[in-house]
Structures are given as C-alpha cells and as structure tokens.
Ligand binder design. Structure first.
Ligand code: SF4
Ligand code: SF4
Ligand code: SF4
Length: 382
C-alpha cells in the first residue's frame, strides 16, 4: 500500500451545464458541513489504520462551484483540524466548469487550492453546453471566466476530450487553439468513453476509431515535441510519459496505475463510495457501500464485493490479454471504466490498448533521442 491516498469528492450532484456526453446522473444533493465532518473523520481514521501519510482531495461535482466559497473555507478549516489531530497531510485540488466563477472565489482558490483550478473544454466544442443552448454560449462564458481567473493570477489547467470534429481538424489546429489562441500552457487530452445512460451523442463518440485517434495523438505528440516541450507547455499524457521513459519521477494518469483501487476512491454528496466519479454517479451496482451507513471506512472497502472485482482485474489481464505486452509494467491493462463502458465487463483490456502502444513507443523513442542529444551536447562541451 502506498503512503498517499486520493479521494474524488463530489460535493454536489447538481450542475449548471448540460453536456451531451456527461456520464453523471444529476441530482439535487449537496454535502453539508456536518456530513463532511463525519465523512472526513472516517477517511482519516482509515489513513491512520493503513499508515497512509497524505491525502489529496479532488473536489468535483456535478459542478463544485455551486456551493459557495464560504462553504469551502469552512470545509478547509474543518478538514485541517481533523487532519492535524491525526498528524496527516491533506492537499486540495479543484475541478470546475468555471461557469459560476467570479472574483469572490479568489481568496479560497488561493488558500485552499494552491491558486490553481482544473477545467474542461473541447475543441471544436460540440457537446459541452448550457441547458437549452448551443456550445457557442458555453465557449463564450467559459472563455470570459478563464480569462478573468488567469488575470487574477490563477493557474488554469484544461482537460480536453477529442470528438469527431477534433479528429477532422487535426492535431496542429487543436494545439494552436489551446496554446496560441487561448494562451493555455497546461492541458491534457483524455480519451472519450460512453459512461452512464446511453444517448445518440455517446454512441457517436470516436471510441471505435482507435486508429484515427491514435493518428491524432501521434500528430499531437509531434507538435508538442516540436513547439511545446522545450517552451514551458505541458501537454498530458505526453509530458509524463516522456518523464517516465527518461527515468525521471513521473505522476502518470490513473489509467496506467497498477490498480486504481489501491490508490483512489470516490465519494459523492450522498455518501456513496465507488472507484471514481463515473462509477459513483452512474453505476449503483458497482458502489462499494455508503460511508454514512458504515462505522468503519476500511471495513467498507475490505468487504465490498464490487471492489474485489477491481482488485482481481489486473491479475486476470496479466494472465491473459496483456501477458506478452512490452508495456505491461507501465500500463497494467489500462482503465476499468473505459473497459466497462465499451465491453460491459471489467475483465477485458482497455479498448485503447493499440493507441497506448503506439503512444508509448513514440514517447520511448523521443526519450532515447533526447538522451542521445544530451550526451552529444556534453561531449561537444568537454
Ligand atoms: S460534464 Fe461536467 S460540466 Fe458537463 S454536465 Fe456533466 S458534470 Fe456538468
Ligand atoms: S476506473 Fe479508470 S478513470 Fe476511474 S480511477 Fe480507475 S483508472 Fe482512473
Ligand atoms: S498496452 Fe494493451 S496489451 Fe499492453 S498492458 Fe496495456 S492494455 Fe495490456
């Protein structure tokens, strides 16, 4: 067991947007400070039991900013008090669609979230929308809020999910939009998956077009290596893969962890516990339990039949589909939720297997080339 633990905490299941590919079943539930206190005490007691030193809480929704900044200020104090009493460290990270952002958030973003916020935008944006409106109004409000936040000194990281139109315009145009037009210096490209209740948009996500997506990722890697890598632009997952293959410390995304169930859990505003945000909001059969109905969080995790399945997945894949893969020790069979939403089972390898392989190969080669360049530069200087 590692000494760090991560918690995706959905403080509310309400949202002010209506994205067509959203995997969450929205509800009116909001976490109260009393319930947060009970939840956090149980999580910290589990950390004491497991000798885990530190915790990162990823605050999400629904839309996390639908609770006011004063709520988060009180939550911060409450959590710090409980953590201090157990000699544990807690870090906080905020993921928001930024639609409700205003300057009144600045103090708590600075004090609680390290003056940093993560948000999402696709390009071209087809599916992120406000209720009853087109993607243009989403883009317009999002762009304004992000500009205001950055003007206030807040670092904004963006997650983008490629859609059919992204693949059509190509990686260079995509990169240019984020870096040159929006001035974003840190973004990450996540593969799409059809989580939650099905709809037409989810059916049309380019999930089956692994070859086309792989081509897009490879092209984007080239653009980043050429224009971003040495110029302070961070694009995930290329940057962490390059660090990994350069034998530098790298925090790889959870999709390539040895078993995400060991390092991460999600709890929603109703107290339901599951593997991550998609599982907790959309797949009740895969809930580990409810933290408010259990005296002991460790016991809830240990005895959960659903969690047992997550623990069995890497072993089954190692014995079968992934046994002879050169990248097994990096990828471990990939992400359970991507697998489940495409194959309807946990016990298959990630549907993006082929994309990962070409990406790993390209970044491994880039790391070797950079190492050779560094050796040549040293021998020239000697
Ligand atoms: S994707 Fe996020 S911002 Fe969009 S509707 Fe779902 S929870 Fe809200
Ligand atoms: S299911 Fe996938 S996205 Fe969720 S925690 Fe595991 S690896 Fe991460
Ligand atoms: S790249 Fe494919 S075969 Fe290799 S470990 Fe990942 S999912 Fe398995």
């Amino acid at each position: 067991m590692k000494s760090h633990f991560s918690l995706i905490l959905l403080s509310t299941l309400q949202c002010n947007a209506d994205c067509e590919y959203c995997f969450e079943n929205k509800a009116d539930d909001r976490l109260t400070l009393d319930r947060l206190g009970e939840m956090i005490r149980k999580v910290l007691d589990y950390m004491v039991e497991k000798s885990l030193r530190s915790l990162t809480i990823y605050w999400q929704g629904g839309e996390a900013m639908l609770l006011p900044p004063s709520w988060y200020e009180q939550a911060h104090e409450l959590i710090q008090r409980e953590a201090d009493a157990r000699d544990k460290q807690v870090f906080h990270s905020l993921q928001s669609n930024m639609l409700a952002y205003s300057a009144r958030w600045n103090p708590v973003i600075a004090s609680m979230f390290g003056n940093s916020v993560g948000t999402s935008l696709d390009y071209p944006n087809l599916h992120r929308k406000l209720l009853g409106q087109g993607p243009e109004s989403y883009n317009e409000i999002w762009g304004r809020r992000v500009q205001e936040a950055r003007a206030a000194g807040i670092a904004v990281q963006v997650i983008a999910v490629p859609n059919q139109a992204t693949l059509d315009i190509g990686a260079e145009r995509f990169y240019r939009h984020f870096v040159d037009e929006l001035g974003i210096t840190e973004f990450q490209v996540n593969t799409p998956f059809p989580g939650g209740d099905t709809n037409t948009v989810k059916k049309e996500l380019p999930v089956a077009e692994v070859e086309k997506l792989s081509h897009f990722y490879l092209e984007l890697a080239e653009v980043w290596l050429d224009r971003g890598h040495r110029h302070g632009i961070s694009v995930g997952p290329f940057d962490t893969l390059l660090q990994h293959f350069s034998h530098e410390p790298a925090t790889l995304p959870c999709i390539w962890g040895d078993n995400c169930a060991n390092a991460l859990v999600s709890i929603d505003a109703r107290g339901y516990v599951a593997q991550c945000d998609c599982w907790v909001t959309s797949y009740p059969d895969y809930h580990y339990g409810n933290i408010f109905e259990s005296e002991n969080f460790g016991e809830l995790l240990r005895t959960s039949p659903a969690r047992q399945k997550f623990n069995e997945r890497p072993i089954q894949l190692i014995q079968r589909d992934c046994l002879s893969c050169d990248y097994l020790s990096l990828c471990h069979g990939g992400c359970p939720v991507r697998t489940y939403t495409v194959h309807g089972s946990l016990f298959e390898k990630d549907p993006y297997c082929e994309l990962y392989k070409v990406l790993f190969g390209r970044m491994e080669r880039a790391a070797q080339e950079l190492a050779r360049e560094a050796v040549a530069a040293r021998s020239l200087a000697a």
